[in-house]
Design a protein around this ligand. Structure first.
Ligand code: SIN
Length: 177
């Protein structure tokens, strides 16, 4: 039987690349909704999907009352928590910080999950821009983890496969192709 506690020492909520490439051991993965948040390509990336000269744009969660963001919540076994946190702290190091937020699942109700969120006060922050400006930057940027375009399209496809509509992601994905 599915329970919140079974074999889970930590829940991690992913809304960007963590959805389609978690790359860490987990005992369970569920679709989940972060109410009052929306994802935006407002965080700069000069270490993964861009360079210091041409930073890419990656996702962060932004508080938007009345909106919500569908992502994936992963349950980490207690004996893997330290290792997974170490790996995620390194992966999300360019401006992201750990935050614990409630996310809603169909199977388990509300779950408190750790999420890596970049806030406007970090040095890599880019913030809002016109859709075509965001899309052009994504189309032109490449970094050690690959092209920024692949980052955007991979998420778009992962959401599409689940029938999840995200206006911002769809708009940018259609502009970059
Ligand atoms: C996440 O996926 O939850 C964080 C942002 C990213 O790595 O794309």
């Amino acid at each position: 039987m599915l329970s919140k506690e079974a074999d889970v020492g930590l829940w991690v909520f992913g809304y960007g690349s963590i959805i389609w490439r978690p790359d860490f051991p987990h005992t369970i993965a569920l679709w989940a909704t972060a109410v009052g948040w929306s994802r935006r390509f407002w965080q700069g990336s000069h270490d993964h999907r861009g360079t210091p000269e041409l930073p890419g744009r990656v996702l962060t969660l932004v508080p938007f009352p009345g909106e919500s963001c569908k992502g994936r919540v992963f349950g980490i076994a207690p004996n893997n928590v330290d290792r997974v946190l170490g790996e995620l702290d390194y992966r999300e190091k360019n401006g992201y910080q750990r935050h614990t937020i409630p996310v809603q699942t169909a199977e388990l109700g509300s779950v408190d999950a750790l999420s890596y969120i970049a806030l406007p006060d970090n040095t890599a922050w880019l913030g809002d821009a016109a859709d075509d400006v965001i899309a052009n930057q994504i189309r032109d940027s490449h970094g050690p983890s690959g092209s920024n375009k692949d980052y955007a399209i991979s998420l778009y496809r992962a959401l599409q496969r689940e029938g999840i509509h995200d206006e911002h992601i769809q708009t940018i994905a259609e502009l970059v192709v």
